[in-house]
Every structure is written in structure tokens, then in C-alpha cells.
Ligand binder design. Structure first.
Ligand code: GLY
Length: 354
């Protein structure tokens, strides 16, 4: 088992390995000796596969376990489901020393974290991500929240977990397209900050799924990258914004699809659009750009979309990444090196336009 230690406003471990979930009960008892009850938050695709395993592990540690299972899908990442979680805990008599367990992909870990951050003004959450995307990104770093009609993740809180348990064996049951989507965030880390990861992905030739040792190593490298960023800028005022590479355009594409297009796919498209714009603006060498787009294609990710620069800019101006009347646009100057550039709407439009 590998461990990444996150040192944000709270210090915690991310445990990564095959069968890592078997450590859940003993770790929970060690970290939360006063907890009597746990609410497992999960969704309809994941619960039939792993809920019993997680419940058993917590019950063996002496906890009284209840669950809240919502219908899978980004369209359910809303306040009604959070209210359902609050009510379930209130009816079961949860106190400040009890805890929430998020078991699922990014939608689940974001919502479980948000419910925990708000119930009784904040109780502990342990995250058990089951998708590649949630393992390498969403479950680490304490961003929690829900969507509202005006945009994705517009309401939420920074709420660091007590522990993150990443069981690599859980990735075996992930549908291919969901695994591919997670590769969007993996490749993003390679682009913005990790040339070693870039080379490893290139050498793996488009398949990291069948080799569990390689997969574990790649998840570990990504979590270590994410932890480095969060340790330096937990509240997203500087370095952490580089994790938004491809997300400004990606979020607009995602929202305009009514959240039917997967997040990681939209991020890949958004990265392709920005890579092309960087080449045109002269901030990225053409050969580097080709290597980057080839890596996305190697992992079956798209690099373009029919969205227009005008649509991206108008959508981005409603995004939470906007500060005042400028946007922080993330560029990549070479593989492994990102830059944050402040742009007005006019400057961003010019940057995106052919
Ligand atoms: N997913 C981007 C971040 O955690 O900041």
C-alpha cells in the first residue's frame, strides 16, 4: 500500500493500493475513536458493487452504519439530495463526532463532502473514490459542492477529509468510457506539472488499465501531484488554479450539453482548444503541442469541439473562476509547465479566435 500525506489546513493520508478498503475499519477506529455512527453516501451504480463491503468493514470497527443512495448522474448533484442526506443523519441522531463516508465517483465525493461540511456546522468525512477521476482529482484537496442551473459546482465549501482510501481493485468494474474520462484529468496533471508522468503515459502506449501495478503507480503519481498543489494553495488563490487547465472551455461545453457529456471528455476538448490557442499566440511550440494532442488521442480522448470562441467566452464570464471582470486563463508553455494569465473577456476572445 502507498500513502500520500496531504498537509492542508488539516493533515491527512491518502491510502492507495489493491484492497486498500480492507484497512478502512481499523483506520476509522484509530482516527475517529469517538464516532458511533456513519452515513455511507453512494449512488445506484456503485452501491450494488461495494456498499456491503464498506459497511461490513465499518461495522466490524463497531460503528452503527446507515446509507443514502441517490440515482447516479451529474443531474442529481443538487441541493435536494444534500437535504436528503442531512435529514437521514438528523433522523438517525447523528452528533458532531459521527461521520460521513463518500463512496463513488466525483459527484458522490463532492456531495458527501458538502453534506458533511454543513451538517451540524461540519462533521468528518472519509472519501472512498471508485472512479479514476475521483481518485486522481475530485476526492483529494477538499473541494466539495453541488451544481445549480447557472453552473457546475457553484455552491460548495472547502472541507478537507479525514482520510481518503483509494482501492485500485475498484477500477476493474469501471466501464471503459468512465475510465477514459478519468484519463482526461490524469493527462492534465502530466501537461501542467509532471514530465515524468507524461513520459510514462506515452511509453504505456494508450493502455494503463490491464497492468494493475502500473495503474497503482500512475494513480499514486497523480495524487502526489495534486497534494503538492493543495499543500501550497489550498484555497485556490494561485497555484491551484493551474488545475483548471482546459476547464474554462470544458465547463462551458459540459454545461451546454445539460451535463450529458462527461466532465473528463469536456476537459480534454477544452485542453485541445487552449493548446491550439497557445500555439497561435506563440506561447507554446508547435511540436510540443502536437505531442500533447497525440497523447490525448492515444488515450482515446477528443481534442476539439464545435463550440465557438464567443460561446466559450460568454459561458466563462458566468463561471466561478472569474474574479472581478477578469478570468484566470491557464496556459501551458511547455510540457510540465503551466502559466496563469489574467484576461478580460475581450482579451480571452482574441486569444481563442483563429
Ligand atoms: N479539481 C481541481 C481542484 O481541486 O482544484
Amino acid at each position: 500500500m502507498r500513502t500520500v500525506n496531504v498537509r492542508a489546513s488539516r493533515e491527512y493520508n491518502v491510502l492507495i493500493g489493491k484492497d486498500a478498503v480492507t484497512a478502512l475499519g481499523s483506520e476509522t477506529a484509530k482516527l475517529c475513536p469517538a464516532a458511533l455512527k456513519a452515513l455511507i453516501v453512494s449512488e445506484t451504480n456503485v452501491a450494488p458493487l461495494y456498499l456491503d463491503k464498506v459497511r461490513n468493514s465499518l461495522e466490524e470497527a463497531g460503528l452503527n452504519v446507515i446509507d443514502y443512495v441517490f440515482e447516479a448522474g451529474e443531474q442529481n448533484k443538487n441541493i435536494n439530495e444534500i437535504a436528503g442526506m442531512w435529514n437521514r443523519m438528523a433522523e438517525a441522531g447523528f452528533t458532531r463526532t459521527d461521520l460521513v463516508i463518500g463512496l463513488g465517483g466525483g459527484v458522490t465525493t463532492d456531495m458527501a463532502g458538502f453534506a458533511a461540511s454543513t451538517f451540524l456546522r461540519g462533521i468528518n468525512v472519509i472519501q472512498i473514490p471508485t472512479s479514476l477521476l475521483a481518485m486522481v482529482d475530485a476526492s483529494v484537496g477538499g473541494k466539495t459542492g453541488i451544481d445549480i442551473p447557472k453552473g457546475k459546482n457553484q455552491v460548495g465549501a472547502f472541507w478537507q477529509p479525514l482520510l481518503v482510501v483509494e482501492d485500485i481493485s475498484f477500477l476493474k468494474t469501471l466501464p471503459d468510457e468512465v475510465f477514459t474520462e478519468g484519463m482526461g484529468e490524469v493527462i492534465k496533471h502530466a501537461f501542467i506539472m509532471d514530465t515524468e508522468l507524461f513520459d510514462k503515459l506515452q511509453n504505456a502506449g494508450g493502455n494503463i488499465r490491464d497492468d494493475e501495478d502500473l495503474l497503482e503507480e500512475i494513480v499514486y503519481m497523480n495524487v502526489a501531484d495534486k497534494a503538492r498543489v493543495v499543500n501550497e494553495d489550498e484555497n485556490d488563490n494561485g497555484l491551484r488554479q493551474t488545475l483548471n487547465f482546459g476547464h474554462t472551455a470544458g465547463h462551458v461545453i459540459e454545461r451546454d450539453s445539460g451535463y450529458t457529456k462527461p466532465h473528463g471528455i469536456c476537459v480534454a476538448k477544452g485542453m485541445g482548444i487552449i493548446i491550439d490557442a497557445c500555439v497561435r499566440a506563440g506561447t507554446l511550440d508547435e511540436n510540443e503541442a502536437k505531442k500533447m494532442k497525440d497523447l490525448l488521442k492515444l488515450y482515446k480522448l477528443p481534442t476539439e469541439d464545435e463550440i465557438t470562441p464567443e460561446q466559450i467566452v460568454s459561458g466563462a464570464m458566468n463561471d466561478k473562476k472569474k474574479r472581478g471582470d477578469t478570468l484566470s486563463v491557464i496556459l501551458v508553455n511547455k510540457i510540465g509547465k503551466a502559466e496563469i494569465r489574467k484576461m478580460t473577456a475581450e482579451e480571452f476572445l482574441k486569444f481563442l479566435s483563429v
